[in-house]
Design a protein. Structure first.
Length: 301
């Protein structure tokens, strides 16, 4: 049986570097969703509207439908540059910025990111997840960890992002696993919990040895035919351990929540739990939608 057609009251959009995710919204609830690989990195200037319409056209009704988007769509190379707001500030301190659309059925708004002067840092998209988490967890004071290609650690107090720091851990993992000498030793999938834990503890206790420990993954494969799945887990453990060592001022003795999809967030939850922290895990998609709902309320009549 063919499901009835969906008409969106408004459309929530998470537009990153590599992916585009959209939700047809009815008030605060999503009634349909879709995604594509048409992230910012794949689009030329002028291509954003067509990429959006390819997903949401079936949801558009008579008149104009508001679209609220977060992520790299607001970067300098995106649909419209949405200027950063400087921390300390609320995660959504300013209303979204209007983007030009030629199709009269669309009114597109883009959420601005956050910036930090010293040490220099920026985020786009994560501020919306933070806003969503705070909307659903009022009164939270502590630290949010947002794993991803560039993992963010954000200190949150009194409804504001006080400071944050980015780590290129996800990108380093992908680069080392696929484009370095370690590609001959690291399996493209699989896992070993014990190998992850051992490497994590090693890197946390002696992060200055990271570069040397990385090469042991290759040497162990050559000399001892070490398992590629264990090597993958060790690589993750070494990189996350070094990250946690550097981020210790953020998470040590603080309430911590990890915002991320299961497979991405799980190693961080495990790593923090081994340090005596009891992190809360929150689904990234749900936090993004909650944040976009908050942003939509800034422009809704």
């Amino acid at each position: 049986m063919t499901p009835p057609p969906v008409t969106a009251d408004w459309i929530a959009t998470d537009w990153g570097t590599s992916h585009l995710r959209v939700w047809a919204m009815s008030g605060r609830s999503h009634v349909a969703q879709a995604q594509s690989d048409q992230g910012m990195a794949r689009l030329a200037p002028g291509g954003f509207e067509a990429a959006l319409l390819a997903l949401v056209a079936p949801w558009l009704g008579v008149g104009t439908t508001r679209v609220v988007a977060c992520g790299m769509v607001g970067a300098r190379q995106g649909w419209v540059e949405a200027p950063y707001s400087a921390v300390p500030c609320a995660p959504l301190p300013k209303p979204p910025v209007r983007a030009d659309a030629t199709d009269p059925r669309l009114a597109v708004w883009v959420v601005p990111g956050l910036k930090q002067a010293a040490p220099a840092d920026v985020m786009r998209g994560e501020e919306t997840q933070i806003a969503g988490f705070l909307a659903l967890n009022t009164g939270f004071d502590g630290v949010l960890c947002l794993p991803g290609t560039h993992t963010k650690w954000a200190q949150v107090s009194a409804g504001e992002v006080v400071s944050f720091q980015s780590f290129m851990t996800g990108e380093l993992f992908a680069t080392l696993a696929a484009h370095s000498v370690l590609r001959h030793s690291v399996s493209p999938d699989g896992w070993d919990d014990d190998a992850f834990a051992d490497a994590l503890d090693d890197a946390l206790s002696r992060p200055e040895r990271l570069a040397a420990r990385l090469f042991t993954l290759r040497a162990d494969a050559l000399l001892n035919a070490a398992d590629g799945r264990a090597a993958r887990a060790r690589l993750s453990g070494l990189l996350i351990g070094a990250e946690l060592a550097a981020a210790r001022p953020y998470w040590l003795g603080q309430p911590v929540a990890v915002i991320g999809e299961g497979a991405i967030a799980a190693p961080y939850v495990t790593a923090l739990s081994r340090q005596g922290t009891a992190p809360v895990q929150a689904d990234a998609g749900a936090m993004t939608r909650a944040g976009l709902i908050a942003a939509y309320r800034q422009i809704a009549p």
